[in-house]
Design a protein around this ligand. Structure first.
Ligand SMILES: C[S@@+](CC[C@H](N)C(=O)[O-])C[C@H]1O[C@@H](n2cnc3c(N)ncnc32)[C@H](O)[C@@H]1O
Length: 339
C-alpha cells in the first residue's frame, strides 16, 4: 500500500494564524479601500477574499494531517504485513515437518515399543542378577552351614557372588593369613570358611569405625568364630604417597602383619575422597606372601578401576584378572619371574 507523502510546509503553520490573517486582511482591505476611495463592490469582493483564502488554507492543513495519519497507518500495515509473511514462512516450514496423524501414531508406537523393550531388558537383567545372587547364597549355605541369622549381603556389604568367589579362593589357596580392609558380613563368612575347610588360618579385619568393630565382634561371637578373627580398630590417618594425601588405616593396625596370603580390599569407603583404596598396595604390598593374592571389590565403579590402573602402573610385577560379579572385582597376583 502506497500513500502520497504529505507536504509539510503549510501544515506546520499554527492554527491561530488563519483567523489572524483573516482579521489582518479585513483591516488592510478596509484601510486600502478608505484611502483609495475604492468602489463598494470591489471593496466587498476584496473583503470576501480573506475568509475564502483562509478556508482554502484550513482545508489544506486538514488534508495534510489526514495524509500524515494515512502515511503512519500505511507504515504500520506494511510492518504487520512483513510479520505475517514471516509467520506464514514459519508455518509453511512447520507444515512440511509436521507429521500426519498416521505418522504421529507410528512414531508413538515405536517410542512405546522402545520403552517396553528397554524396561523388559532391564527387568530381565535384574531378575537374572537376583537369581545369580540367590544361587550363590544357596551355594554358600551348602558350603558353610549357618546356624544363626547372618548380616545382610549386597548394598554396603559384599554380594553373595563375591562371597562365593572368595569361598572358592579360600578353599583352593588355604590362606593362613587373610587381611580384610573394612569389616562386615564378609568377615563372618571368611571366618566360617576357615572353620569349614579346617584351615589353620586367621582373619585380621581393619575397621575405622569403633561401632562397627563392636558389631563385627558380636557377630563373630554369635557364630562361634571369634577365635579365628581379630577385628582391629584402625582409625583413618593421613598418608602421603607420591605427593598425594589419603586417609587410610593407622599403621598400628597393620604394621605387625607379614606374609599376607589373601588381602581383601573392601574399604575405606569411597566417599572419603578419590582413590580411597589406593594405599592398600603401596602400604601392604611388602607384607604380602610371594604367592599372596589381592582382591579389590567394587570394580563396577570408575574410582576402583582407576585404583587398579594406578596399581598396575606403579607395580608392574602384578597382573590382574577381571572377575565378573554383581559389583565386579579384580584378582591380582605377583607374576613369578621366569628363569
Ligand atoms: C564396603 S563396607 C565393607 C564391609 C565388609 N567387607 C563386607 O563385605 O561386609 C565398608 C564399611 O562399611 C561399614 N559397615 C560395617 N558394617 C556395617 C553395617 N552393618 N551397616 C553399614 N555399614 C557397615 C564399615 O565401616 C566398613 O568398613
Amino acid at each position: 500500500m502506497t500513500v502520497t507523502k504529505p507536504t509539510t510546509g503549510l501544515a506546520r503553520v499554527p492554527a491561530w494564524i488563519i483567523p489572524a490573517l483573516v482579521a489582518g486582511w479585513t483591516v488592510a482591505t478596509a484601510v486600502f479601500a478608505w484611502r483609495t476611495q475604492t468602489p463598494l463592490g470591489t471593496t466587498v469582493v476584496l473583503l470576501a477574499m480573506g475568509p475564502l483564502l483562509a478556508g482554502l488554507l484550513a482545508a489544506h492543513r486538514k488534508q495534510v494531517a489526514v495524509l500524515r495519519r494515512l502515511d503512519h497507518q500505511s507504515r504500520t500495515i506494511a510492518a504487520a504485513a512483513r510479520e505475517l509473511h514471516e509467520v506464514r514462512g514459519r508455518l509453511d516450514s512447520l507444515a512440511t515437518r509436521a507429521l500426519s496423524t498416521e505418522q504421529f501414531g507410528k512414531a508413538m508406537g515405536e517410542t512405546a515399543t522402545n520403552v517396553i523393550n528397554r524396561t523388559r531388558k532391564g527387568v530381565a537383567a535384574d531378575l537374572l542378577m537376583t537369581y545369580r545372587q540367590l544361587e550363590a547364597l544357596h551355594n554358600l549355605y551348602a558350603i558353610a552351614p549357618v546356624e544363626r541369622p547372618l548380616p545382610q549381603t549386597r548394598g554396603w556389604a559384599s554380594s553373595p557372588d563375591l562371597l562365593l568367589f572368595l569361598a572358592d579362593l579360600v578353599a583352593r589357596t588355604q590362606p593362613s593369613l587373610i587381611v580384610e580392609c573394612g569389616s562386615g558380613t564378609s568377615t563372618v563368612w571368611l571366618a566360617m570358611l576357615l572353620r569349614q575347610f579346617e584351615i589353620k588360618g586367621r582373619v585380621v579385619a581393619l575397621e575405622h569405625q569403633a561401632a562397627y568393630v563392636d558389631k563385627a565382634k558380636a557377630m563373630l561371637e554369635r557364630h562361634g568364630v571369634a577365635d579365628l578373627v581379630e577385628v582391629r580398630y584402625a582409625p583413618l590417618t593421613q598418608v602421603e604417597l607420591d605427593g598425594r594425601t589419603f586417609q587410610w588405616y593407622a599403621s598400628d593396625g597393620w604394621s605387625d602383619l607379614d606374609a599376607i596370603e589373601l588381602l581383601f580390599v573392601d574399604g575405606p569407603p569411597g566417599d572419603l575422597g578419590p582413590h580411597a583404596r589406593f594405599p592398600a598396595l603401596p602400604l601392604l604390598g611388602d607384607r604380602l606372601h610371594p604367592d599372596g593374592l589381592v582382591v579389590l571389590d567394587d570394580m563396577i565403579r570408575t574410582d576402583e578401576q582407576e585404583v587398579l590402573a594406578a596399581w598396575l602402573e606403579a607395580y608392574p610385577s602384578y597382573s590382574a584378572e577381571q572377575i565378573r560379579l554383581e559389583k565386579n572385582a579384580a584378582l591380582l597376583r605377583r607374576d613369578v619371574p621366569r628363569m
